[in-house]
Design a protein. Structure first.
Length: 319
């Protein structure tokens, strides 16, 4: 595998006034490095007890064996992946947003949560970890720092290796296979045409406004989470995020139901700092002037693209 080195001249964007206030240091649309861990989905512990199935992970996984295409297992991320100095150059790069297109047949004019909600995702992914970078020129002038996240499943967030918050996750030490808090059944089902029964939530059958609470139930929100500015360092900082899958209810063992949607992923994220605008460099816009960056060999390069201005480029590597 060969890493490419791209050199580009970019037109300067109009200069904007620099002022103190809320500056977006990182968002879901910025450049991220991502690692995916695959392992088969499982029933919730409550669902296993209801059906009389042993509650160990293997038994709960076996109960859903017929609902997935494969039993793919891949290694979790290596130790130390949350630290700022960790080398993630070999991870997948791109936007952090996981659900944008929805179902291609979804009508125009739908609210965003409904478009995102009908994006099924990949149910075989059990853990997604992500790393986003931003640069702070002087941490001492950052008055406040906060994080807001909209997501599926649950998450734990770290700043430069220190945990700064979690949501929809159990307390204590988190393992790669730790499940997020269960979803309510309305995230999986909507009423049938008679109004008396339940059917899997579907973009065609559940378009009307009355079904909005069902689509909204697939997304969770946390924040703003206050973060101590003292955790920032001068230069490059790294926000690391681990997203955990939620286990499935007993109804998903039925052949006509299956695994309706992937119960993990990032929807929206904003890391905001109360500081002068020129004190933070983010990757959400094209930098001015001449830029040099590494491009992933599996990615495409266009005249509108740009590299992460916060990432130090590497020499070309061969593997």
């Amino acid at each position: 595998m060969t890493r490419r080195l791209i050199l580009a001249v970019l037109l300067a964007a109009p200069t904007t006034p620099l002022f103190a206030g809320e500056v977006i240091a990182l968002s879901a649309g910025c450049h991220w490095r991502k690692h995916y861990t695959f392992f088969p989905p499982r029933l919730t512990v409550a669902a296993a007890k209801e059906r009389g199935i042993p509650t160990d992970a293997a038994s709960r996984t076996k109960a859903l064996a017929g609902r997935v295409r494969s039993g793919l297992h891949t290694p979790p991320p290596p130790d130390g992946w949350t630290r700022a100095e960790f080398d993630d150059a070999h991870w997948f790069g791109g936007s952090g947003v996981g659900f944008t297109t929805g179902d291609s047949r979804a009508p125009a004019g739908w609210p965003l949560f409904q478009v995102r909600g009908c994006h099924a995702g990949t149910v075989e992914v059990g853990l997604i970890v992500m790393r986003g970078r931003f640069r702070v020129e002087d941490p001492a002038v950052v008055k406040r720092l906060s994080l807001s996240v909209t997501y599926r499943g649950g998450f734990v967030a770290y700043l430069n290796g220190r945990e700064i918050g979690r949501a929809s996750m159990p307390r204590g030490k988190v393992q790669p296979a730790t499940a997020a808090d269960p979803y309510p059944l309305k995230a999986f089902f909507g009423p049938d045409r008679s109004g008396k029964g339940r059917v899997p939530l579907h973009w065609w059958n559940h378009q009307k406004k009355q079904f909005h609470p069902h689509w909204k139930a697939r997304e969770r929100s946390a924040g703003p989470i206050a973060i101590k500015p003292g955790l920032l360092r001068k230069g490059v900082n790294v926000l690391a995020l681990e997203l955990h899958r939620t286990d499935y209810p007993i109804e998903c063992t039925r052949k006509k139901v299956g695994l309706c949607f992937a119960t993990l992923g990032l929807v929206e994220l904003f890391l905001q700092a109360d500081t002068p605008a020129d004190n933070v460099v983010a990757s959400d816009r094209r930098p001015r002037g001449l830029q040099l960056w590494n491009a992933d060999p599996w990615g495409s390069v266009s005249d509108t693209g740009y590299g992460n201005p916060v990432t130090v480029y590497h020499t070309i590597q061969r593997f």
